[in-house]
Design a protein around this ligand. Structure first.
Ligand code: R5P
Length: 293
């Protein structure tokens, strides 16, 4: 097995290869002067199982193209199998044609990958309108979840917490994590009017007064969702609000926004490399790769 990576996830790829005692050989990724993508393997892949560790952030569009270039090249060079581990899989939020004429990016991304890779492994993909990854992937698609390691982190570092999901979709994380921690949870209702504008409201009469609340969500992108949720929880009397995101993209000064909203601790997993990474997903991936024969 060869563990490689493109522009993203260097640290995670190194850790995974060390834990698997597999050869670590990063791709060379460059841009030609005109911006064309250049990808090169630096080891012989013939007859090998090639595992590319590549989250789709930063630079989601280039990341996808790097995967396609690497997969097609591996095949041309005689690799036995090409497995993509995309701890954070992008494009999934565009899961329908919201306005006439729009591309349904998630389906197109999956179709492109179906053609060139043998298997995909991802962590907590944003499945909202798709029930499962099988709705878009025809290749074996493995969905891992960080729920349990997040719950373990909470148990180790917090006492008497209350879990909150900022929107209906987040209940798949919030409810499972709360169950494992053994605490109560609450799901808020989100209304999104724009990529940078959301309104969050409380639709049940559960009290958060005086409580230590942890917001959990899959993606923290601009931070608007979590910031609005935090402001509401504070207004309702929460003593302290923290956030744990599986995929911390933190675009457009999101961290600053979250701090301004009164969030005391901002925590993410290392599916995307960021200073807020506190929860390590490498064992989840290692275990999944060990299960492939
Ligand atoms: C969408 O429903 C996701 O679960 C997240 O809530 C969303 O991606 C967060 O985006 P932002 O941080 O830009 O509000």
């Amino acid at each position: 097995m060869i563990i490689t990576h493109g522009s993203n996830d260097e640290q995670l790829a190194r850790t995974i290869s060390r834990k698997l005692r597999a050869l670590y050989s990063p791709l060379t990724v460059n841009l030609f002067p005109d911006g064309d993508l250049y990808v090169k393997f630096n080891t012989d892949v013939k007859g090998k199982k090639v595992v590319l560790i590549q989250s789709f952030y930063p630079n989601p569009n280039q990341s996808l193209l790097e995967v396609i270039f690497a997969a097609e090249t591996a095949k041309e060079l005689g690799a036995k199998k090409f497995i993509l581990v995309a701890p954070y899989l992008g494009f999934l939020r565009q899961d329908k044609r919201f306005h006439p004429g729009e591309a349904v990016s998630s389906r197109i991304m999956a179709q492109l990958l179906n053609h060139c890779i043998d298997r995909i492994i991802t962590i907590d993909p944003h499945l909202h309108r798709y029930r499962t990854l099988k709705n878009i992937f025809t290749i074996p698609a493995v969905k891992l979840t960080a729920n349990e390691i997040i719950a373990q982190y909470i148990k180790k570092h917090y006492r008497n917490v209350f879990i909150t999901g900022p929107d209906w979709e987040s209940s798949q994380w919030a409810a499972a994590i709360a169950k494992s921690v053994g605490c109560d949870s609450l799901i808020l209702q989100k209304h999104r009017t724009h990529a940078r504008k959301v309104r969050v409201e409380m639709v049940s009469d559960v009290s958060v007064r005086g409580k230590e609340v942890i917001i959990v969500d899959d993606i923290i992108s601009t931070g608007h969702t979590v910031a609005e949720a935090a402001k509401l929880l504070k207004k309702k009397g929460a003593k302290q609000v923290s956030v744990i995101g599986v995929h911390g993209l933190f675009v457009e000064k999101a961290v600053e926004k979250l701090r301004k909203a009164g969030i005391s601790q901002i925590i993410s997993t290392n599916t995307i490399t960021h200073p807020t990474n506190k929860i390590d997903v490498s064992n989840l991936i290692v275990q999944s790769l060990r299960n492939i024969h």
